[in-house]
Design a protein around this ligand. Structure first.
Ligand code: SF4
Length: 347
């Protein structure tokens, strides 16, 4: 089978010129890989360039404050990646004298680094023979080789990992790994792959059996939970209440106090609810505006958020501090809150 060589030939002609492909600096490669997880290249590119500029060495990232790292990450989502990035930079600065480890096992032990990222770093930076397996790779392999084992099962994970490793060009691991991912992203795309100009067409089983739209196969359907959050921008004499989140997907980010419900409520229902009374029972409240809904879809949950702008006096809120409203933009916040700021032209 000349799959692997054809792949590399295709790559030499069709590859995009991306900045992290022009380096063997393991730190830069690691940065790019973390930024690109669950993120499109076009979206991740400015973040990568900003991080490399602000933190040219891993120690620079290690020495930055968490607020600065999260602020620079703002808008990219999945903030655990930024927290792990910061943690791992400190780990490398403290325990590896600032030199990125060049050992597969040690790289795998770094926080936020899984099998895929470890294979990417070791092959791209050090030419070690570890095959990458990500969504693009799984799609290509399942179609070309007609694999219909669900990729999210133990058996499927093992099968795709072994097949990927078998096909790896050991002497050319970096280029091969880049090639198969690029091929999945640009040629064998999830929808409407352009099979008419594909070099794999002669032996692609999905093409010959007309099963392209059925592959790859996934077993689990994730149940998505709907959450209804009402964020309260409570203003007192030009100041607003803001707190730093200590857990969950927005851990480390700043947020307004909020009320959560598991169903969509009308404004008057929210204001009659005891959660509302708990906060505002002893205060004079003037409601200035309620935003329309902002939607944020994650793998396991759909967040439906509304922002309430209120003027009050005498409100008691534990774990929130009053900060000047004009300084709000200095704090790292979720994409949802950023969208609200844009909507009210705070930015
Ligand atoms: S022939 Fe079509 S389905 Fe098969 S590898 Fe090429 S693009 Fe993908």
């Amino acid at each position: 089978m000349d799959f692997s060589n054809k792949l590399v030939n295709w790559y030499q002609v069709n590859k995009r010129d991306l900045p992290w492909r022009n380096t063997v600096n393991a730190y830069f490669i690691w940065l790019s890989e973390i930024i690109l997880q669950q993120t499109r290249v076009a979206q991740g590119m400015p973040y990568y360039l900003a991080f490399v500029k602000a933190f040219p060495k891993v120690e620079d990232l290690a020495n930055a404050s968490e607020d600065k790292v999260l602020k620079m990450w703002q808008g990219l989502g999945y903030y655990s990646r930024a927290r792990n990035l910061h943690f791992t930079a400190k780990d490398i600065a403290d325990n590896y004298k600032g030199k990125f480890p060049n050992d597969h096992q040690k790289i795998l032990k770094l926080k936020g680094v899984g099998a895929y990222t470890a294979a990417a770093i070791t092959s791209f930076a050090f030419e070690m023979p570890y095959a990458v397996v990500d969504g693009n790779v799984i799609r290509v392999l399942s179609r070309v080789f007609g694999v219909d084992i669900p990729y999210d099962t133990t058996l499927g994970k093992k099968h795709f990992a072994e097949l990927a490793q078998e096909l790896l060009l050991v002497e050319n691991a970096s280029t091969y790994n880049q090639a198969i991912m690029e091929f999945g992203a640009m040629q064998c795309k999830p929808k409407s792959p352009d099979c008419s100009v594909c070099p794999m067409q002669d032996f692609c089983l999905a093409y010959s059996k007309n099963t392209i739209t059925e592959l790859p196969v996934k077993s689990k359907k994730i149940k998505v939970k709907n959450r209804f959050l009402h964020f309260l921008m409570i203003e007192e004499s030009g100041n607003v209440y803001l707190g730093k989140r200590k857990k969950g997907i927005w851990n480390g980010l700043y947020e307004f106090p909020f009320l959560e419900f598991d169903e969509r409520l009308l404004e008057k229902q929210v204001m009659k609810n005891e959660k509302w009374s708990d906060i505002f029972k002893d205060s004079n409240t003037e409601l200035l505006s309620v935003s329309s809904e902002f939607i944020h879809v994650l793998s396991h949950q759909k967040i439906n958020a509304q922002f309430w702008h209120l003027k009050v006096n005498n409100v008691q809120l534990e774990n929130f501090e009053l900060i000047a409203k004009k300084n709000l933009l200095n704090y790292p916040v979720s994409r949802l809150t950023e969208k609200y700021f844009q909507a009210i032209e705070l930015v």
